[in-house]
Design a protein around this ligand. Structure first.
Ligand SMILES: Cc1cc2nc3c(=O)[nH]c(=O)nc-3n(C[C@H](O)[C@H](O)[C@H](O)COP(=O)(O)O)c2cc1C
Length: 352
């Protein structure tokens, strides 16, 4: 089918599929390399990694593929320190901790890795592609990446955000619709005012910026990819579909939740796990924090304080306390290899 080929040409892809960066261990070097080797583009979700871990993950990926791949970071905001909000959250988390057999930990030394140090690790590695979410880079940061030969991709959830990203000279923009699993990239609006569906968002962004657009959110197979390309996108970014694949590093309970059939259809946008709006499968953790969801600490403070609960739950296979990030079409997920996902999309597009 005919579509905007600028992205596949620039990134050297055979199939217009980007495997979404998924911070938290899902995007193993095996997964990233398998997607790139099969003609898509793999992405390392490096948002939670230390600079040293970023460097070594990039090395491990390069050992597995000579093809291009992306690295993704979270642009930091300015969270408000609020001791009452932390205690309000912790008093509820303590109930989960008791159930999991763990104690409330000492306050974290830092809430998140230092962005500037992460960024330097990425610049030094001269990666082929860099993508970011949760904000806009400084223009000088975009220029540094480009000087090093890196293609730069920003994430927008509204037309205004896409225009702001185009103004800092990014090469491409991910249009992240409300259906998307995981964190919302929203940075110019309250999260609840930036829940525009992929079908509505993509053509409006395509019409508002001159750079090519990557559609993301609710796309699980060739049908969704074809629809996104018809709307004017030049590629898609898919997360949930790859969470369950063979090379994914997602926790077993996370994969099982997506593959559980009808139960995976009930996703909600919640601030409960991290203090930032994100879409995942509804569970006890979300329900019990719902009454105070608007009064929780900001990201990344809440994220740091819930880490022990999420880690213990993951180790114990207790899905009711895990962040089961998933998009609205996650119930369409099929367990197979990353190459099979990309190949099936290529075959679907070839048959059109
Ligand atoms: C488990 C998970 C983790 C994610 N982590 C990130 C991330 O680290 N950086 C990012 O830009 N997007 C992240 N996302 C959002 C994806 O980039 C993408 O927008 C989303 O997966 C698209 O919706 P889909 O899951 O319906 O395909 C994540 C999504 C999931 C499901």
């Amino acid at each position: 089918m005919k579509y905007d080929k600028r992205i596949v040409r620039l990134l050297g892809m055979q199939t217009p599929v980007i495997q979404a960066p998924m911070a938290g261990g899902t995007t193993t070097p095996e997964l990233v390399a398998a997607v790139s080797e099969s003609g898509g583009l793999g992405s390392i979700g490096a948002g939670y990694l230390s600079p040293e871990a970023i460097t070594s993950t990039i090395e491990q990926t390069r050992e597995r593929t000579g093809r291009g791949f992306a690295v993704n970071l979270f642009v930091p905001g300015e969270p408000a320190e609020d001791a009452a909000a932390v205690e309000r959250s912790n008093s509820r988390l303590d109930v989960f901790r008791a159930d999991l057999g763990i104690e409330r930990p000492a306050p974290p030394a830092r809430y998140a890795p230092v962005f500037d140090d992460q960024f330097e690790a990425v610049v030094a590695a001269h990666v082929p592609v860099f993508s970011f979410t949760f904000g806009a880079l400084q223009p000088v940061e975009v220029a540094r990446l480009k000087e090093g030969g890196t293609v730069v991709i920003g994430t927008a959830t509204t037309v205004d955000e896409a225009i702001a990203l185009a103004a800092i000279d990014v090469d491409m923009i991910v249009a992240q619709g409300a259906e998307a699993g995981g964190h919302r990239g929203t940075f110019m609006h309250p999260a609840e005012q930036a829940l525009i569906g992929t079908m509505a968002l993509v053509p409006q962004i395509v019409d508002s910026v001159s750079v090519p657009v990557i559609a993301s959110g609710g796309i699980m197979d060739g049908r969704g990819v074809a629809a996104a390309l018809m709307l004017g996108a030049g590629a898609v970014q898919m997360g949930s579909a790859f969470v369950v694949c063979d090379e994914s590093g997602a926790q077993p309970a996370h994969r099982e939740a997506l593959l559980a059939g009808p139960a995976a259809r009930e996703t909600v946008v919640t601030r409960a796990f991290s203090g930032k709006a994100a879409r995942g499968i509804r569970n006890r953790f979300i329900d019990e924090l719902a009454p105070v969801a608007d009064q929780l600490p900001d990201y990344p403070i809440q994220n740091a304080w819930t880490k022990d609960v999420r880690a213990a739950a993951g180790a114990q296979g207790r899905a009711e306390y895990m962040s089961l990030w998933a998009g609205q079409a996650a119930a369409l997920a099929v367990k197979r290899s990353a190459a099979q996902i990309v190949d099936s999309i290529r075959q679907h597009l070839d048959a059109l």
